[in-house]
Write a protein that binds this ligand. Structure first.
Ligand code: MIG
Length: 709
């Protein structure tokens, strides 16, 4: 891995571990041996002529496919609730990508906090162009024998992920909003009555008093501390939202402290910058300033001390509904239009005045951050805002709660933020297209370090439907963040809001997730410790031509290939197998089938209640018995499913799931097959005592039995 520093780049702290990174002192040395060209005028441009077969992977949270070629993307954290195919920016700025070309792939990370445009064959089919909006940047180049090696180097450099507590791998229910204690109480009760597992309920903005951070609406949530305790006694955690904008209100502690200590971003007159979001007028904490970070981060204690163990940070692109200036000019425009006969042009001009009020470039340009007594225009550091909000919380948690993991995830992000929190993918819709987007996005998020992530299951905006929710949940069984969330005004989409069959199917899916949690947790922790992706495109492990084309199947951890169904009314799908695998069709923890399948293209029937997985050769999966809370998972009696040719070793990592200590135990189950005899043995240690195994060998013999540890 090499880096070149151009100009005077702002230190983003994207990279954490510089060991093994070689600094070179000119761009020629950086790009030596590649065909990447560098030019510089008022911007920096990288150019590369793509060969016909070249594939571009990466860019984290973005639209389109696993292969990013053909599209144009802009790293500019954006609050845009309409994730349509033409969108160039979503909430994150993840400037890491791999050009997969002959003879060797190469990885590039553009460490730049302002806007970067990736034109990957959009303007000219074979031209890759990266345009950096500035002249101060660090560019990293990673070479390696293959894509996995490149990703591993990158993940090592950006450091391991924050550690979510184990309960954060359970099913989580959210909606904007569960607006009162009674609603939350009833919700928890419904889950128990319906016998659907649940680990967390989310509190959206309405739990706050007038949308003020770190306050609680005492009318809607009286005696919050005892309420948290009451719900926790049922084994359910409450996860409140925190917003970037802080209400301007005399006497409100956050306002007073922030203004007095100059912790807010300032305008050109060195006055706290005023924008407007939920609470009306707000100031934005200057998270670039380490002191402001510390101050804001410490305020989370208020809720933690009441018993809260997790948070989600929202609106931190930052989203700005409007500024006074913007609003005034729109209103003036409207007044001037009064009683006029508006034609097509003047009418749309008027309309656009209001439509364009939010997240205006002029507004982003009109405020400043301070670091080491130096002022920086927000636009130049835009992509670091959400990152540093989440860092504020994460850093404070490390200091204030060194022994405990606290769940934290964010909407906006930049490379490196994963060390403090995960991400959810923002305001998607209850559209089939967004289930597919979720599938395609997981590997690129993992490439950028975001391993604790997931989408709003069922879709946030628009009304979902039962089938979509079932199919989406079947895929989300595998995403570390497993949260159903929806927008105010949409159809309610908790798992029991549909017909009885749907409830029962969703119950089975969610219960399966709980049976799968030991495996998932172990794969998550091992991937993180060894700097590996959890979700991978097939082409990251298989070199054949077909695997490179596959956009709707994923490798998962070390043992599985997933082939989700992501279209309506599909009772089956085509699957490409790069080698022989064990088809595992799951309806529930107890109801599944196993069947060895040959390499090649196949069509498989899959009813709506079932989903398709494949266990890879010489690999196994371990399931615990399902339960309704992750705290109740018992890993002493396990079921092992496997597909063995000659020898496979399965590692199950376990730890207490709540302390920050990660030297848990590793239990290794070894299955060897020789002379028609299957032999099981084990190494290491862990809670596992009894293993009920169902292992199919590649000669199609089924081996069933019990192994006592
Ligand atoms: O503009 O807090 O993405 O999850 O429910 C909407 C209300 C603000 C956006 C988040 C969404 C959340 C919603 N927030």
């Amino acid at each position: 891995m090499k880096v070149v520093k151009i100009g005077k780049p702002f230190e983003t702290d994207g990279i954490e571990n510089f060991a093994g990174i070689k600094e070179v002192f000119n761009v020629q040395a950086l790009f030596e041996g590649t065909a990447i060209q560098y030019t510089q005028d008022d911007k920096i441009t990288l150019k590369y002529k793509m060969a016909k077969e070249d594939i571009i992977y990466g860019l984290g949270e973005n639209m389109r496919g696993i292969n990013k070629r053909g599209g144009i993307y802009e790293s500019f954290c954006t609050d845009d609730p309409s994730q349509t195919p033409d969108r160039r920016s979503l909430y994150g700025a993840h400037n890491f990508f791999i050009i997969d070309s002959e003879p060797l792939p190469v990885g590039i990370f553009i460490d730049f906090p302002g806007r970067v445009t990736f034109d990957l064959g959009y303007s000219h089919r074979d031209d890759l162009e990266v345009i950096i909006d500035g002249l101060d940047v660090k560019i990293y180049l990673i070479s390696g024998a293959n894509k996995l090696e490149i990703v591993e180097q990158f993940l090592r450099a950006i450091g391991p992920s924050f550690l979510p507590p184990k309960w954060a791998f359970g099913y989580q229910q959210s909606r904007w909003s569960y607006e009162s204690a009674q609603v939350v109480r009833d919700l928890a009760k419904s889950f128990d009555q319906e016998d659907i597992p649940l680990d967390a309920i989310y509190l959206d903005i309405d739990y706050m008093k007038d949308y003020k951070n770190f306050t609680v609406d005492e009318v809607a949530f009286p005696d919050f501390k005892n309420f948290i305790k009451e719900i926790k006694e049922k084994g359910i955690r409450l996860v409140p939202i925190i917003d970037a904008g802080c209400k301007v209100e005399e006497g409100y502690f956050l306002h007073e402290e922030g203004v007095q200590n100059k912790y807010y971003c300032v305008d050109e007159h060195d006055q706290p910058f005023v924008g407007a979001v939920w609470p009306g007028k707000v100031h934005f904490p200057d998270f670039i300033n380490p002191k402001a970070r510390q101050w804001f981060g410490n305020h989370y204690n208020k809720l933690i001390d009441l018993g809260i163990e997790g948070f989600w940070n929202d609106m931190n692109e930052p989203a700005i509904f409007y500024t006074e200036k913007g609003l005034k000019s729109a209103i003036d425009h409207a007044v001037a239009c009064k009683d006029k006969n508006l034609d097509i042009h003047t009418f749309f001009q008027l309309k656009d005045q209001f439509v364009g009020l939010s997240n205006r470039l002029e507004d982003y340009q009109s405020f400043y951050h301070k670091k080491d007594e130096k002022l920086y225009n927000h636009l130049a550091l835009h992509n670091l805002y959400g990152y540093n909000m989440t860092r504020a919380a994460g850093e404070a948690f490390e200091v204030n709660y060194p022994d405990k993991r606290i769940l934290l995830f964010s909407r906006a992000s930049y490379i490196g933020m994963h060390r403090y929190g995960g991400i959810w993918t923002g305001d998607n819709h209850g559209w089939w297209e967004h289930l597919l987007l979720n599938i395609k996005m997981m590997p690129s998020l993992n490439m950028c370090g975001f391993i604790y992530s997931g989408a709003d299951i069922g879709g946030f905006g628009a009304n979902t439907d039962a089938e979509l929710l079932m199919r989406w949940s079947q895929f989300a069984v595998y995403t570390p963040l497993f949260r159903n969330h929806s927008c105010m005004g949409t159809r309610q989409q908790e798992p029991f809001r549909f017909d009885e069959n749907t409830t029962s199917t969703l119950r089975d899916i969610i219960k399966f997730r709980y049976a799968f949690t030991s495996h998932l947790y172990s794969e998550f922790m091992l991937s993180n410790q060894h700097f590996k992706m959890l979700f991978k495109p097939l082409s990251f492990e298989y070199n054949d031509q077909e695997s490179k084309q596959v956009e709707d199947q994923l490798l998962y951890g070390s043992s599985l290939m997933l082939a989700p169904i992501y279209q309506a009314n599909q009772l089956g799908r085509y699957v490409y197998l790069p080698e022989t695998m064990l088809k595992w069709v799951i309806k529930s923890e107890h109801d599944y089938t196993l069947e060895a399948v040959e390499k090649g293209q196949h069509y498989f029937n899959v009813e709506t209640e079932a989903w398709l997985n494949f266990i890879r050769v010489n690999q196994m999966v371990m399931l615990n018995k399902s339960c309704n809370r992750t705290d109740d998972i018992d890993a002493s009696v396990m079921k092992c499913l496997g597909y063995i040719k000659d020898e496979g070793a399965y590692v199950l990592y376990t730890d207490d799931g709540i302390s920050r200590n990660t030297d848990g135990e590793e239990f290794v189950l070894v299955a060897s097959y020789a002379d028609k005899t299957l032999t099981l043995s084990h190494k290491g240690s862990g809670p596992v005592k009894i293993i009920h195994y169902e292992i199919i060998t590649t000669d199609q013999v089924e081996h069933k039995g019990v192994y006592y540890v």
